[in-house]
Design a protein around this ligand. Structure first.
Ligand code: TYM
Length: 484
């Protein structure tokens, strides 16, 4: 029932006298998901961190719900530098893939946090993504070259604290189906779940990193807020405001820029694309874009970010900045994850790339009427309609993707027709246009009722609430960085 490597590892544990039990689960990389499958939360896990302290690697064992205090760990190890091992180092030292580290790593000094022993059993890694080991924690003291020390922050997890969520959209035009399905749907799901405290903004400072019309900007900002309210974001449930009204984002971004290298920023695909698109506009603000985005999320200690798949590289930068700040200054930033929706990648109507505001003819706006939607879909290129397999990419594949998103129950029917060479695109496009409009109509009706006064009130009240949280984080970081 287990793989051979895990069996061998289990034998080693037995030889050391470490009582344990092997548990099986589906292929899962995320420890939280493994724990959920096993019917527990993250406090029942003991993840292994592989770190480089001075010039040697060490294994750190701490409970999943506690935060490492790098200053304490440095002291315990007598090391003057400390960082996480990178992917290559990790794999070389442990012999297993990133995310699957074992609890016992022969040849490494192992530091066990004292909190580990508050629980009788904890689940830890095996080197496999389908197996987890339940360890008797007391026995972990038998790991050779191990020591027990206080290496975590005495923050104590407040189980009642709601996890914070942050996301934003640039006011570069009216929202389209990509923004709606890839991000707004996720925002709504999280807003309506009482486990989360949600903060959503119109990120106007990001919108000025590429050429824009300053005379129409205020109107564009308000239009996005109007769209937010129309899709169902609710100021009674979420903090809703405009990014530049919370100047703490900029302050934190500056502090974050001190732990971010220029090389990292210039290599990001999103930066390269924008420079290609606007060669005259390769500015400092554009280079700093991901750092400001990290500040947006981390100033609220946001843990989940409902955004489309195109934003993944930025979320990765956010995690790296969080890690670096925690290591250098002992802050307690979480490493946020993207919250994905079914529409995490909405394709362009043209058949190439994703739906985007900057590509004319690629998008359907939230404000389009039935006629406009029908006309836009009518223009999308097609083929002879089979017979054969439905293409995997291109305009026809995209029409099928829209069917999957809007008429999933008809997917098989249309694929069947395509297989027989009998697909009439006119019928498919008509049906899709109707379904998309039916989804947008209530949003449009609601939008018409939102006055300028309501929009202004939401923005100014939201800013006040947001600043309360953001200013606390900035003060905490300034203190840790020795600025106050
Ligand atoms: P922006 O303004 O380009 O897009 C807003 C949101 O819409 C999503 N999106 C899509 N999702 C699926 N398919 C598509 N075709 C599609 N097109 C756009 C984007 O992924 C995004 O979620 N950098 C962000 C703004 C930002 C931000 C933040 C987001 C600034 N700070 C902090 C989250 C957290 C952006 O440019 O989004």
């Amino acid at each position: 029932m287990t793989d051979e490597n895990v069996q061998n590892y289990s034998e080693q544990l037995k030889e050391l006298g470490i009582e344990h039990q092997i548990l099986k689960h589906p292929h899962l990389v995320d420890a939280e998901k493994v724990q959920a499958f096993l019917g527990d939360d993250i406090s029942g896990s003991v993840p292994t961190l592989i770190m480089k302290a001075g010039d040697k690697f060490v294994a750190i064992l701490k409970r999943g719900d506690t935060r490492l205090d790098s200053a304490k760990l440095k002291k315990v190890l007598g090391a003057d530098s400390l960082r996480m091992a990178n992917k290559e180092e990790f794999e070389e030292v442990t012999g297993v893939p990133v995310g699957a580290a074992r609890v016992f790593n022969p040849g490494l000094v192992t530091v066990l946090d004292k909190n580990v022993f508050e629980k009788e059993f904890l689940n830890g890694g095996t080197g496999s993504f389908t197996l987890t080991i339940k360890y008797k924690t007391e026995d972990l003291k038998k790991i050779p070259d191990s020591l027990v020390a206080d290496i975590t922050q005495a923050v104590g997890v407040d189980v009642n604290r709601r996890r914070r969520i942050f996301a934003g959209m640039r006011p570069t035009g009216r929202l389209h189906l990509g923004n709606y399905l890839g991000s707004a749907k996720g925002m709504l799901a999280l807003q309506n779940d009482p486990k989360f405290e949600t903060i959503f903004m119109v990120v106007d400072l990001h919108g000025i990193t590429t050429p824009y019309d300053n005379t129409a900007y205020q109107e564009n900002i308000k239009n996005v807020m109007r769209d937010y309210l129309a899709v169902g974001l609710d100021p009674d449930k979420s903090i809703l405001t405009v990014q530049s009204r919370v100047p703490e984002h900029i302050e934190l971004a500056y502090l974050f820029s001190t732990v971010t290298t220029i090389a990292k920023m210039t290599h990001l695909p999103t930066f390269k694309e924008k420079v290609k698109q606007y060669p005259e506009h390769s500015t400092m603000a554009l280079l700093n874009y991901p750092v400001l985005m990290a500040a947006d999320i981390l100033v609220y200690k946001g843990e989940l970010v409902p955004v489309g798949i195109d934003q993944e590289p930025h979320i990765e930068v956010t995690r790296e900045i969080a890690r670096r700040m925690n290591q250098e200054y002992g802050t307690d930033f979480p490493e946020p994850q993207r919250f994905a929706t079914k529409g995490e990648y909405v394709p362009s109507l043209t058949g190439e790339g994703k739906m985007s505001k900057s590509v004319e003819g690629s998008y359907i706006s939230l404000t389009d009427d039935l006629q406009t939607i029908t006309a836009k879909l009518a223009k999308t290129p097609t083929d002879a309609g089979g017979p054969g397999e439905v293409p995997k990419e291109g305009p026809v594949a995209n029409l099928f993707k829209f069917t999957e998103l809007y008429k999933p129950e008809r997917l098989e029917y249309y694929a069947g027709l395509y297989g027989q060479g009998k697909l009439r695109y006119f019928e498919m496009k008509q049906e899709l246009a109707g379904a998309i409009f039916a989804d947008l109509k209530p949003i449009q009706e609601k939008r018409n009722q939102i006055t300028d006064e309501v929009v202004e009130k939401v923005i100014s009240e939201g800013a006040e609430k947001a600043r309360k949280i953001a200013s606390e984080t900035v003060a905490e970081v300034k203190k840790k960085m020795g600025l106050i």
